[in-house]
Structures are given as structure tokens and as C-alpha cells.
Design a protein around this ligand. Structure first.
Ligand code: IYR
Length: 250
């Protein structure tokens, strides 16, 4: 039978996420005071300039699959992840964990798992139409970047949390919350001149979770190799939709 949603990991197609027993409210988290808030105000002129400048910075972002092995300071990576952790989340559950792998042996073990599964993905699981749709990107299951990039950031979503009384804590909207944090992470990387590819290694989650010794409530959402682009890196010659095709003013 053909899988109607081949992009969803097999381990997520069971019903574990919807049938998990609901928790009770943790009394330690019931109350939260309101505190005064104000934000930086800019003149309209400054707003216009800042909005254009930020657009120009972000419009230079490209998905890059060819990495330099040149090292990158770990503190920069930590700051970028700290920034990603400013994302909003359902009921402020902050359901993200960012695993940073820099050890060469461990990166290579990640590579072996991903290449083994991706070969199956491309040859069997994805199907002809999907493989055809990707042909312009010239991607395949051989992922040199998993050895070359100085860091692999594996982003896990906590599908639920563990309360102090050992009960499960509901992580509302955990997938979209962690996805938003990944968007902020991409912007933070662009801000410091680093590149990545937003990879979603299909069906690798369970093996990578075990390799990295992460608990069962954490599911791999995204894997981001991070570094400088290789000196001879290339990207597909793609254009973005113009504003009038992505905005509707009513
Ligand atoms: N995960 C595979 C396939 C892939 C899927 C999509 I959708 C892309 O935009 C690019 C690749 C891979 O990483 O090769």
C-alpha cells in the first residue's frame, strides 16, 4: 500500500502522541504574576530602515549543502541556540532540546545512520513523484556535510514533559513551537554569517535518539549542520516569490 504521508516519520505515525494519558495540573506552576512590560519604540523612519535591512540580510540566506571544515567558536553556537530558545511556545512549555554534536566520531555515526535510512527513503519510501520533484535540487542520500560541518545541531521536540510528581505534562503545539524556534535559529545563524540546511532525516529519529541517549519523550524534528560554506560551495539558482504573490491586503 502506498503511504499517503511519506514525509511523516514512521515512528510518528502511530497514535502515541494523541492517546497519551493526560496529566494533572502541576500546582507549582499554577500561579504566574503579571509584570510591567514595554518595548523599544523606533521612529517610523527607523522602522522602515530596520525592516529593509533585516529583509536584505534574510534574503541572502540560502540552504547550503557544502560545508567548510573550518572551526566555529562554540560560544557563537550557544548564543544562537539561546536565541532560538526565545521562541514562543504553547503554554510556555518550551518543548525544545538542541543537541550540538562536534565530536568527529559521533558526527560520523550520525552520518552512517542517516545515509543508510536515506538510501531506503530515496529508493523506496519517498516514491517516484517525490524523488522527481526533488531532482532539481540534486540531493541524494550521500551527505558529506554530516562529516564536514563543524557542528550538527539535532533539534528534538519534547512531545510531553515530566512533572516533579513524575506525571506527564502536556506540551501543547509542541511541533509548531519547536518549528518556530528553528526559524529563529535560522535567522540567528544568518545574522552571524553561518550556513545550514534544514534537513529532516526521515525515519532516522529513533536510531539517532538512541545514539544521542535522549529520552523517549523527545522526537527528532530537524537536523541542522552548521558552519561556513565550502569555498567552492554552490546553490541551486532559485528565485523567491515576489511580495505581491505572498501577501494579500484586505
Ligand atoms: N530528506 C531527504 C530528501 C529531501 C526532501 C526534501 I522535501 C527536500 O527539500 C530536500 C531533500 C534529503 O535530505 O536528501
Amino acid at each position: 500500500i502506498t503511504n499517503p504521508r511519506p514525509w511523516v516519520d514512521q515512528d510518528l505515525q502511530d497514535s502515541t502522541e494523541t492517546t497519551e494519558k493526560e496529566d494533572e495540573v502541576d500546582s507549582s506552576e499554577e500561579h504566574c504574576q503579571q509584570v510591567p512590560f514595554s518595548t523599544q519604540r523606533y521612529s517610523e523612519e527607523t522602522m522602515l530602515k530596520r525592516s529593509k535591512d533585516f529583509y536584505m540580510l534574510m534574503n541572502q540566506r540560502r540552504t547550503v549543502r557544502f560545508f567548510s571544515t573550518e572551526p566555529v567558536p562554540l560560544e557563537v553556537i550557544d548564543n544562537v541556540i539561546h536565541t532560538a530558545g526565545t521562541a514562543p511556545s504553547g503554554a510556555h512549555t518550551e518543548p525544545w532540546v538542541f543537541v550540538v554534536v562536534s565530536d568527529a566520531d559521533l558526527k560520523h555515526q550520525v552520518r552512517l545512520i542517516i545515509e543508510e535510512e536515506e538510501e531506503l527513503n530515496y529508493r523506496q519510501r519517498m516514491g517516484d513523484k517525490w524523488v522527481q520533484d526533488l531532482s532539481k535540487l540534486k540531493t541524494n542520500w550521500i551527505k558529506d556535510y554530516l562529516d564536514d560541518a563543524p557542528y550538527l545541531i539535532l533539534v528534538f521536540k519534547q512531545t510531553y514533559g515530566i512533572l516533579s510528581n513524575n506525571k506527564k505534562k502536556t506540551h501543547y503545539y509542541n511541533e509548531i513551537s519547536v518549528s518556530i524556534s528553528c526559524g529563529i535559529l535560522l535567522a540567528a545563524l544568518q545574522n552571524v554569517g553561518l550556513v545550514t540546511v534544514t534537513s529532516t532525516p526521515l525515519n532516522c529519529g529513533p536510531r539517532l535518539r538512541l545514539l544521542l541517549k535522549r529520552p523517549v519523550n523527545e522526537k527528532l524534528l530537524m537536523l541542522l549542520p552548521v558552519g561556513y560554506p565550502a569555498p567552492d560551495a554552490t546553490v541551486p539558482d532559485l528565485a523567491r516569490k515576489p511580495l505581491d504573490r505572498i501577501v494579500v491586503h484586505l
